[in-house]
Ligand binder design. Structure first.
Ligand SMILES: C[S@@+](CC[C@H](N)C(=O)[O-])C[C@H]1O[C@@H](n2cnc3c(N)ncnc32)[C@H](O)[C@@H]1O
Length: 403
């Protein structure tokens, strides 16, 4: 099948910056779809009908033209946070030809002298700024696609609030065009508010000496979370996450999520990990919302309600963690029924009643029971002694593939 759809990546230089194949595709198209800014870059010799994307944005009218020679204009590399990536979900690759121009990040890496493979790229276009928090660590280089002219000031404020004021910041406007401009500064002193809407931010992270180290490995300090005492403590959390074993793209249900620590650490493990935090208590729902933003995973979805009722109609999980509520009728059953074959279930118990529930569950379904005793050295008079935390019983089992 020959492609009916051609997606042309166009830079700030416009038509004159395009290669032969892209020019030929535009000259032969009966229809060209794009944003006003991109359509304005076309010369008069392009005779195809020009069409703006519908508002609100939709691909439907374009997809309805299947078979017609249509060109879509996109900025830079259409497959990098661009319309090409959205189209590729709906149009088979043998029906679509993508002709990329250098992406804004390629141009930025060239200007900064940063090897692109060593840089973290992130888009703030219609996405929460809080997603930045997970990446903040001294020495990390970030290229951020801005939402608009206000993004650099908002990013500088966030960096200061998170203890990264000494980070260097460079704003690169209209890369690759005649209006290209560069503004250098540092987050602590950032004040430039006259920035073009089309801009990209290059950051080299540097923490203040007092900024806490927040590793991506599970087992963040308890002080990293806002909580009401009902927090799965650091060492138990690390063991629990190791058993939940997050893999790219997987979905976790964090049932009775408390302050959300398990779901949050699950999502910090990999950018494509997703989590649903199911929590009935309003106060704790607030904790989850604040913790997910502070720790850089604003995409964690809060389900307000009590299990098992709140579990109805949720997307089936790859793994389930039950931190509280194993004694509630139907909770274990509902989680087990919805867990995908091959998925993991991990449940923690502190009371005799919840431990009994886990033992009965293991009798029916197998799995491994582990008892965790953690003790910490603390002062006793002028000496030290071991202070024992409440022991935790952890059940860990895998749902059979044929279940
Ligand atoms: C929807 S993304 C598209 C990215 C594009 N596909 C690419 O390859 O760079 C739009 C964002 O990319 C960045 N961007 C795109 N072109 C740019 C340019 N010429 N100069 C600076 N930033 C640019 C801006 O941050 C803008 O908000």
């Amino acid at each position: 099948m020959t492609p009916w759809l051609t997606v042309v990546g166009i830079g700030e230089e416009g038509f004159k910056g395009l290669g032969k194949v892209a020019r030929r595709a535009l000259l032969g198209a009966s229809r060209i779809v794009g944003a006003q800014r991109q359509l304005d870059l076309l010369p008069l010799c392009i005779r195809g009908q020009r069409e703006l994307w519908p508002s609100p944005f939709s691909l439907e009218p374009l997809l309805a033209r299947q078979g017609e020679p249509v060109c879509v204009l996109a900025s830079g590399d259409p497959m990098f946070y661009g319309v090409g990536a959205s189209l590729a979900k709906q149009v088979p690759s043998d029906q679509m030809l993508v002709i990329p121009a250098p992406s804004s990040c390629s141009l930025a890496a060239a200007r900064m002298g940063w090897p692109l493979q060593d840089v973290v790229t992130l888009s703030l276009v219609a996405r929460p700024l809080a997603a930045l928090n997970v990446h903040l660590s001294t020495g990390v280089r970030l290229l951020l696609l801005s939402n608009d002219r206000h993004s650099p000031a908002a990013v500088a404020t966030l960096l200061r609030e998170r203890g990264f004021g000494p980070s260097t910041m460079t704003v690169l406007e209209h890369l690759g065009g005649a209006a290209e401009r560069r503004i250098d500064g540092c987050a602590a002193q950032w004040s430039d508010d006259t920035v073009a809407d089309l801009n990209l931010i290059a950051i080299e992270c540097r923490a203040e000496p007092s900024t806490p180290r927040l590793s991506r490995l599970a087992g963040l300090p308890d002080t990293a979370f806002e909580h009401d005492g009902q927090l799965t403590k650091r060492d138990v959390r690390a063991i629990t996450l190791a058993r939940l074993a997050p893999m790219p793209g997987e979905l976790l249900w964090d049932v009775g999520a408390g302050s959300g620590s398990i779901g949050i650490e699950w999502m910090r493990a990999h950018p494509s990990c997703r989590a649903l935090a199911i929590e009935a208590d309003e106060g704790r729902q607030g904790l989850i919302e604040r913790n997910r933003d502070t720790l850089g995973v604003p995409g964690l979805q809060l389900i307000r309600g009590k299990a098992p009722q709140a579990l109805e109609n949720l997307e089936r999980p790859d793994a389930v963690f039950i931190g509280g509520g194993v004694t509630r009728e139907g909770v274990l059953e509902a989680c087990w029924a919805q867990l995908k074959p091959g998925g993991r279930l991990v449940a923690n118990a502190v009371t005799l009643q919840s431990e009994t529930a886990l033992m009965h569950w293991r009798e029916r379904h197998g799995g491994e029971l582990t008892r965790i005793h953690i003790a910490q050295a603390q002062p006793l008079g002028e000496f030290d002694t071991w202070r024992q935390a409440l022991p935790i019983t952890l059940l860990d089992l895998v749902k059979p593939l044929d279940a």
